[in-house]
Write a protein that binds this ligand. Structure first.
Ligand code: PRX
Length: 647
């Protein structure tokens, strides 16, 4: 609540400087209004003009085929290849331009030009093809943030194989679930990943995940950390050995616009993660345009998006969007505080980063660590800052503007989702007057509104449900293997309208303020987790009878996970059990899902029909008075006990 109230009282506004405005791609309110109006009223005209900038193998016949919103088809009849959009088109004039300035956590570094990246992607695509991977096959990618990760993604795209990147922080079990769901036949990984000076043994997790999964015929392993790894002859292949003999010639596979480019799993309200499907044509057009306009990318920019490629932010704004624009980027392998809290600023200074995109949770951590870690690093190359993943509190926004941006860099607070493929609500840095905590206005082609449950439009400043009323090119095309859930989750609340699951309001200037999720999704450090997913992990533990998981506000991570657990009989001391359960969840899902707090309780508050009263638990976890009607609670004693535990 405190954050929502804060946001309600926020009235500061920061228009871009005339200096920034004059050089920006979109540089006046009139231009934005004209382009926005066209993108909504004549989407075919607007998107045709944008899409013409991509190197199509076969031109499209239609821009947008009329259909119910969830089934819209974009750029029908067209063929292109996403890796050719990212690489081949730059070779003639910009082959020697640096694509990646990579910094390893231990301090090693590599730089790769577009021509070099193209060569390695072709070789890797040939390696995969020789191992039997072809168009439409699914390949799981479970890697650290090293250049080979970008190569793996682009090599799959080159063959038309569907990549499914699984964040390297997920556990073997989470990886296995995703491999099963997507029926992946090959895995690309590394021996290990560096994390705060320690090795995370990725290949070992892959081996565990693949126990009893003979359908995975190939595991390609990059040597990164040189830790010892087990080896299964026939299945396991060293990346460097396979690349050595591979040909540098590999024609990009012509893909239909609507062919699937990738799957990316994300959490929803139920326990099972959803394999979000993205298309080739529409997704690439959306990623290209949003990267260009939101980050105002120019030829001499050095762009740094600090996300991991394991999340959608890394897909759209490390690999596909910036590379479609031929940008030079920084890619960093490790943690922001390894080996010291000034590492990000050291990197910004070293590579003269001009556009920097990170998450509120990181910004809050930098604030906590103190300004002394920023001071002494020359950040004068920065000209634009971005934020993504969760609502940014005005204090963090102001700190970001002052301490990192030197009061001169516009901040683009970008709202979007795995499902939307690209940025949806955002300032345009040369035009929009930004406000601390607001993601401001819709991007081109985005018809956003605040509705109530019945689909009525709500008045200015009234909190309601965010809705997207028209299809957009980079929208998700479905949930892998679950058409029904796709309809049900996103398109069933209001006919033909997309429901993102967020609450929001619009102020008198037409600026959007996101109020957070309205479903059972917790956003920890900008990562989505479903309460049900964590609950399933908990009840799978032998000592747990029942569990309910909620999010509570957290200064650093936005939300933190609190688990209310009813233990079985005779399970040791409660401290031991709490710790065991935290470890258990980390092992089942990944460290990011480890509950910040476990509260043991004899019983959970339930309605008479047996439903766990989560909203009540949320209030208890947050330590606030509940405004909920508790008269329906089955056993009032439970509440008293839970509250008592609170004091
Ligand atoms: O609740 C919104 C929040 O993150 C959710 C999407 O999570 P995910 O699919 O993991 O993608 C994160 C990166 C794009 C949204 O439903 N969210 C994302 N960006 C913002 C945000 N909330 C407020 N402001 C943002 N800028």
């Amino acid at each position: 609540m405190s954050q929502i109230e804060n946001v309600l009282h926020e009235s500061r506004s920061f228009p871009p400087s005339s200096e920034f405005r004059e050089q920006a791609h979109v540089s006046s309110e009139e231009q934005y209004q004209r382009m926005y109006a066209e993108s909504i009223e004549e989407p075919e005209v607007f998107w045709d003009r944008v899409a013409k900038n991509l190197p199509w193998i076969e031109p499209y016949q239609t821009v947008l085929e009329p259909a119910e919103a969830g089934r819209a088809r974009w750029f029908g009849g067209g063929q292109l290849n996403a890796s050719a959009v990212c690489l081949d088109q730059h070779l003639e004039h910009n082959g020697d331009k640096v694509a990646l300035l990579w910094e390893g956590e231990p301090g090693d570094s590599r730089s790769l030009t577009y021509a070099e990246l193209h060569r390695d992607v072709c070789r890797l695509a040939n390696v995969l093809r020789e191992r039997g991977v072809s168009k439409g096959d699914r390949v799981a990618i479970y890697m650290p943030m090293i250049p080979e990760l970008a190569m793996a993604v682009l090599a799959c795209a080159r063959l038309g194989a569907i990549h499914s990147v699984v964040f390297g922080g997920f556990s073997a079990q989470a990886l296995a679930d995703r491999i099963d769901d997507g029926q992946c036949q090959a895995v690309i990984t590394a021996d290990g990943a560096w994390r705060r000076g320690k090795v995370l043994p990725l290949k070992r997790e892959v081996d565990l995940a693949l126990e009893g999964r003979p359908e995975v015929h190939t595991v390609l392993t990059v040597r990164r950390t040189e830790n010892e790894v087990a080896w299964q002859e026939g299945r396991d292949v060293w990346f460097h050995e396979a690349m050595e003999g591979a040909s540098e010639e590999c024609a990009p596979e012509p893909m239909d616009s609507e062919d699937i480019l990738f799957l990316l799993y994300t959490s929803g309200s139920t326990g099972k993660p959803k394999g979000i499907m993205h298309s080739t044509g529409g997704y690439m057009v959306g990623a290209y345009l949003s990267a260009r306009y939101v980050f105002d990318l120019k030829d001499d920019d050095v762009f740094w998006c600090t996300a991991d490629v394991g999340w959608i932010t890394g897909h759209s704004y490390i690999v596909y969007g910036p590379m479609a624009n031929g940008a030079t980027q920084v890619m960093y392998e490790g943690a922001p505080n390894a080996p010291h809290e000034g590492r990000f600023w050291e990197i910004c200074a070293k590579y003269k980063v001009s556009v920097f995109y990170t998450a509120p949770t990181a910004i809050r951590a930098f604030m906590k660590w103190g300004d002394e870690h920023v001071e002494g690093h020359d950040l004068s190359s920065l000209r634009l800052l971005g934020s993504v993943g969760e609502p940014i509190n005005p204090e963090a926004w102001m700190w970001y503007r002052r301490t990192i941006g030197g009061e001169r860099c516009p901040i683009v607070d970008t709202w979007w989702q795995t499902e939307t493929g690209g940025i949806m609500l955002t300032p345009l840095p040369g035009v929009t007057a930004t406000k601390p905590g607001s993601c401001t206005r819709p991007f081109f082609g985005v018809d956003a509104a605040i509705l109530d449950e019945d689909g009525n439009r709500l008045p200015t400043n009234a909190g309601g449900l965010l809705a997207i009323r028209k299809p957009w090119p980079s929208m998700l095309r479905g949930i892998w293997g679950d058409a029904e859930r796709f309809e049900e989750t996103y398109w069933s609340k209001w006919p033909g309208v997309y429901f993102p699951g967020d609450g929001a309001r619009v102020d008198e200037d037409g600026c959007f303020w996101i109020l957070g999720r309205v479903d059972d999704v917790i956003n920890v450090s900008g990562h989505r987790l479903s309460t049900m997913e964590v609950e399933s992990a908990l009840v799978a533990h032998e000592s747990v009878v029942e569990a309910a998981v909620v999010g509570r506000p957290d200064d650093l991570t936005g939300q933190a996970i609190v688990a209310f657990v009813t233990p079985g009989k005779g399970v040791g001391t409660s401290e031991e059990l709490k710790q065991a359960l935290q470890e258990h969840v980390a092992a089942e899902i990944g460290k990011l899902a480890r509950p910040a707090e476990i509260r043991l309780t004899d019983a959970l508050p339930k309605t008479r029909s047996g439903k766990i009263m989560r909203r009540l638990l949320r209030d208890i976890a947050a330590g606030v008075e509940t405004v909920q009607d508790i008269s329906t609670i089955e056993d009032q004693d439970v509440l008293v006990k839970l509250r008592g535990d609170d004091q």
